[in-house]
Design a protein around this ligand. Sequence first.
Ligand code: HPA
Length: 270
Amino acid sequence: MYEKLITCLESVRKKTDFKPEIGLILGSGLGDYADSVRMEAAVDYSDIEGFPVSTVKGHRGRFVFGYVENMPVVIMQGRVHYYEGYAMSDVVLPTRLMGMMGVKKLVLTNAAGGVNESFRPGDFMMITDHISVGIPSPLIGQNDERLGERFPDMSEVYSLRLRDVVRKAAEECGISLKEGVYVQLTGPAYETPAEIRMIRGWGGDAVGMSTVCEAIAARHMGLELCGISCITNMAAGMTSGKLSHREVQEAADRVSKDFKRLITKIVVSL
Ligand code: HPA
């Protein structure tokens, strides 16, 4: 796996030697953010040897290198999901690759269903902690000490320091920010109402199909993390309508202006 990462890194380095400090993973419908940075280079996932390529609509599939104001960043415009059929080690390969590119801090974003009854579609939720249900840990298998230790601590996955930065950034933008626990299930089916009640009982506030595995792999490598969920819909059984990917994308589109402002403020404050 380490050798595969090195091959991918060499593939990227053939296209650009840009050194990002901050990594940003853009969730469903949020990929447009990459168009607002001062781009220095872009590398399509399909041009990286051995790299998993996302098949989901609304996920573009490339690394964008550039500056948010003066901050050098790498953006994953489109992520890879476990439900697409990749091995978990491939799902988190892009995250690890960003770590190997020199990224020290990672901003994770996603579209999520609201489980907490006080949430509304269009809300932003800062992730304070996570729970994974049904997905294998990306750390299963022989541990590679070059990446991190065998039994990494997960008591502060989303850094307290970065959480303060995110809160302050939202305040300065005049954007109201919820906080809560994000739960990752495998998908690709949306949850049942019974599953949502279970998640609420466990202390989950938002639900989705990504992010937790990436957060675990990134913490394993010692990156400092923060996460923002865009609540695109209330979770199954909480409203009368059916859930659809279109609804998720449309809701993400509606808040994209505020999302851009918030993420820019966070990135330049990190
Ligand atoms: N469930 C799971 N994933 C999601 C949802 C949801 O309700 N909304 C956006 N991504």
